[in-house]
Design a protein around this ligand. Structure first.
Ligand code: G4P
Length: 537
């Protein structure tokens, strides 16, 4: 028991969220270097290179193969064991990206200091915020011309609606970037570009009035920086570790990922202030990571699309207890007993069999066609998690079966792939045709579905895109049932598989217009049942 507690206490499970090109790959690579995982760092960069050239199907397959392997990167640093979960972005932005965020205990948000908050960052932030996931911010690229740091903090607060606390302060930007001032230790970390690379020189100071600081920064920069810091000391949020854990404040670190500058300050503080694996709910019960029964939930299913190596891997985040190789567990949804004999840690082409893992870790279970997204694996038959919410989709299409002779394959393939969570399916209300309406967060989900229907079930399909871009679960507030509801032009009503009612709208502004005129209609980005469960928690 004590051994389990000690192992759990040193786990940190996180994801990095960012807009494309803000510096996620670069930061991942540098973090791996701190963990001494040089080979992994190289492979992360190589993977990014390959993605950039991805266009046709062969390439996509390769890419999927690769993204299997880097789903979880694990490294040790300073006594901690860090699980870094990949959030697929760019072209392969999909529901998987969001689901990964249900399996982490914290997120590091990388922002390009020259650009500020961008659209994809905001979407990912919102998914974290909804679940109260603590967020640490890395303001990147300060070696390039950046926005005013006070403005960036203000933007974080305004756009994301979260308190922002600068943990260090940038000393200039662009070619005049001199480094950062660490507020907690009052150390200057000076940035010097030298031909052989980068030097970081932490210099102890007695504070901002220290003549040494003035001397090293020069009068003009010193006065500017001192003014800025005085301002945040006076008017900014005081650092509040509890608010950070509650997802109400984000500590902000300035730096330059590519120069490996400010990364260690981020990592050290992240490890210090983030929490070890957090408890999860199973119905009324709270399951603690150090509870002895093993339990885990599946947050991602990855199918290899290469016909030569067709297999399926279910990624499960361990919630409690200890995983041991070959252990027998219950698959809560089917009530079947399964032996976890082929659980792996994955990286590159190598699969490493996992002998032991604890709460906070992720295992990849090969095979197991019965698993679906959100399923529970446990040694305690009374447990079942409901971790995986649905995410408001933004792409819609009807899926037709052009070959009536292949109806069975089509139906069976679709059933299986929906169970896996490849896309969501809704049923259009008032529609006579029995054609399923598919819904996804990203276009790639449709492509994967069609490709797998063809290659695994030999079923052709035809996609008929629909113009909606917004989906909201809706219900009329109690007592307002008799008030009229006028749905936006071009919208449609649908139901999800659990009977939740959804409205599909073409343009975001129509949603706002509708909302203003219908205060008696409640709208949500996920089913009300999920919202209520979380509120209870
Ligand atoms: P992503 O995974 O979020 O998409 O971003 P990635 O790390 O690949 O970074 C995008 C580009 O920004 C890369 O340049 C990278 O080198 C650069 N970059 C990352 N951090 C910094 C930084 O602190 N300062 C500066 N100046 N640049 C940074 P690229 O030209 O697209 O690729 P590469 O040829 O450098 O690999």
């Amino acid at each position: 028991m004590a051994a389990l507690q000690a192992e759990v206490a040193r786990r940190r499970t996180l994801a990095i969220i960012s807009h494309p090109d803000a510096g996620k790959t670069t930061l991942t690579e540098k973090l791996l270097l701190y963990g001494g995982a040089l080979q992994m760092a190289g492979a992360v960069r190589a993977k990014k290179g390959q993605r950039a050239t991805t266009s046709d199907w062969m390439e996509l397959e390769k890419q999927r193969g690769i993204s299997i392997s880097s789903t979880v990167l694990q490294f040790d640093y300073d006594g901690y064991r860090v699980n870094l979960l990949d959030t697929p972005g760019h072209k392969d932005f999909s529901e998987d990206t969001y689901r990964v965020l249900t399996a982490v205990d914290a997120a590091v948000m990388v922002v390009d200091g020259g650009k500020g908050i961008e659209s994809q960052t905001r979407k990912l932030f919102e998914v974290c915020a909804l679940r109260g996931v603590p967020i640490f911010t890395f303001m990147n690229k300060f070696d390039r011309p950046a926005k005013d740091p006070l403005e960036l903090l203000d933007e974080l607060e305004r756009v994301l609606g979260i308190g922002a606390c600068a943990m260090n302060w940038p000393l200039g930007d662009g070619s005049a970037f001199k480094g950062v001032y660490d507020r907690a230790t009052r150390q200057l970390h000076l940035f010097e570009k030298v031909p052989s690379g980068m030097y970081v020189t932490p210099t102890e100071t007695t504070g901002l009035d220290d003549p040494q600081v003035r001397e090293q920064l020069g009068d003009a920069l010193f006065d500017k920086v001192r003014g800025e810091i005085e301002m945040i000391e006076g008017a900014g949020h005081a650092f509040d570790p509890q608010a950070v854990l509650a997802g109400k404040q984000t500590p902000v670190f300035f730096g330059s990922g590519v120069n490996n500058f400010g990364v260690q300050l981020l990592l050290d503080n992240f490890l210090r202030y983030s929490s070890p694996p957090t408890p999860r709910r199973s119905g009324e019960r709270v399951v603690h990571p150090t509870d002895e029964p093993f339990s885990a939930f599946v947050f991602k299913i990855q199918a290899n699309m290469d016909p030569m190596h067709r297999d399926r891997i279910a990624f499960a985040r361990i919630v409690s207890g200890r995983f041991e190789r070959d252990m027998q567990v219950l698959h809560a949804q089917s009530r079947k007993k399964v032996r976890l004999s082929s659980a792996h840690k994955l990286f590159g082409r190598d699969r490493e069999i996992v002998d032991e893992a604890v709460a906070g870790d992720v295992i990849g279970i090969v095979g197991g066609t019965e698993y679906g997204i959100g399923d529970t694996l446990t040694t305690d038959p009374t447990l079942a998690f409901q971790e995986i919410p649905r995410f408001a989709p933004e792409r819609f299409a009807l899926l037709h079966n052009p070959q009536t002779s292949k109806f069975k394959q089509f139906r069976e393939g679709l059933r299986q792939l929906l169970q896996e969570g490849v896309v969501q399916a809704f049923e259009l209300e008032h529609s006579a045709a029995k054609v399923p309406l598919l819904a996804a967060v990203g276009e790639l989900q449709f492509e994967v579905l069609q490709h797998r229907l063809q290659s695994e079930y030999n079923a052709e399909s035809r996609l008929e895109p629909k113009p909606w871009t917004v989906a909201r679960w809706w219900r009329v507030r109690p007592g307002a049932e008799s008030k009229p509801v006028v749905w936006p032009t071009g919208s449609a009503l649908a139901t999800d598989p659990e009977g939740g009612r959804v409205v599909l709208i073409e343009e975001a502004w129509q949603l706002e217009y509708f909302r203003e005129r219908h205060p008696h209609v409640e709208l949500a980005v996920e089913p009300f049942a999920f919202l209520e469960r979380r509120q209870q928690a």
